[in-house]
Design a binder for this molecule. Structure first.
Ligand code: ZN
Ligand code: FE
Length: 241
């Protein structure tokens, strides 16, 4: 691992990711919901923030953009499809584009559904992916601006990443997602074991994110849905619950 990745819990259940590339000295923030906490964390470590990468326009992912840019002069990259909704963007990207932090390269993947232009960043050399609100531990994002078919396609794209890929999602939703997953697959032994562990971790006040692609393939009811219809039914049940 060339990168140092720091998890910063903010608001009620958001995670902001502070990412440092020691070779170049570049430091990047993924989805800064707020400015103060990531600025303070970077300052404490003596890291100079040079970039922000946004996954989608929601305020709990972009709320710190303007203040951090003002304070640091950093360059902000985000989804081309949401340029109008994120006025602070400097660089617009879409699937197939590459973004770099120092020497480390990220591939942009389009994952619309939670929002219409949502993107994810896959860093193959680091076995890491920043997925915003598209994939959660045992869950997926709500379909605010897209369809079950789009989310189904997103799950296919993400499950195609290497099993060892660390998945950095933007919220601590694991326990409620897992409780729902158990209603869908009560006999899934991987899921039951995982939830025992999650309950212990949450009981100790620990974070359960990042997850991995392997863990999601084994336990995530949205990634494991066999059809668009099944994903749609599960999403509707979860929303109602
Ligand atoms: Zn969101
Ligand atoms: Fe969010």
């Amino acid at each position: 691992m060339a990168l140092e990745i720091v998890r910063i819990p903010v608001l009620s259940d958001n995670y902001v990711w502070l990412v440092h590339e020691p070779e170049s000295g570049e430091t990047m923030i993924v989805d800064p919901a707020v400015a103060d906490a990531p600025l303070a964390e970077a300052e404490k470590r003596g890291w100079k923030i040079t970039q922000i990468w946004n996954t989608h326009w929601h305020p709990d992912h972009t709320g710190g953009n303007a203040e951090i840019k003002e304070a640091t002069g950093c360059v902000i990259t985000g989804p081309e499809g949401e340029a109008e909704r994120i006025p602070t963007l400097d660089r617009l990207v879409k699937e197939g584009d590459r973004v770099t932090l120092g020497e480390v390269e990220a591939h942009v993947i389009d994952v619309p559904a939670h929002t219409a232009g949502h993107i994810a960043y896959h860093l193959p050399s680091e076995n890491a992916a920043f997925v915003g609100d598209t994939l959660f531990a045992m869950g997926c994002g709500r379909l605010f601006e897209g369809t079950p078919a789009q989310m189904y396609d997103n799950m296919r794209k993400l499950e195609a990443l290497p099993d060892a890929t660390m998945v950095y999602c933007a919220h601590e939703y694991t326990q409620s997602n897992g409780d729902f997953a158990l209603t869908v697959e009560p006999d899934n032994t991987d899921l039951r074991a995982r939830m025992d562990e999650v309950r212990d971790m949450r009981g100790r006040g620990e974070a359960t994110v990042p997850t991995t692609i392997a863990a999601e393939k084994a336990t995530n009811p949205f990634m494991r849905a066999d059809s668009v219809e099944e994903l749609a039914r599960r999403r509707a049940q979860k929303d109602a619950g």
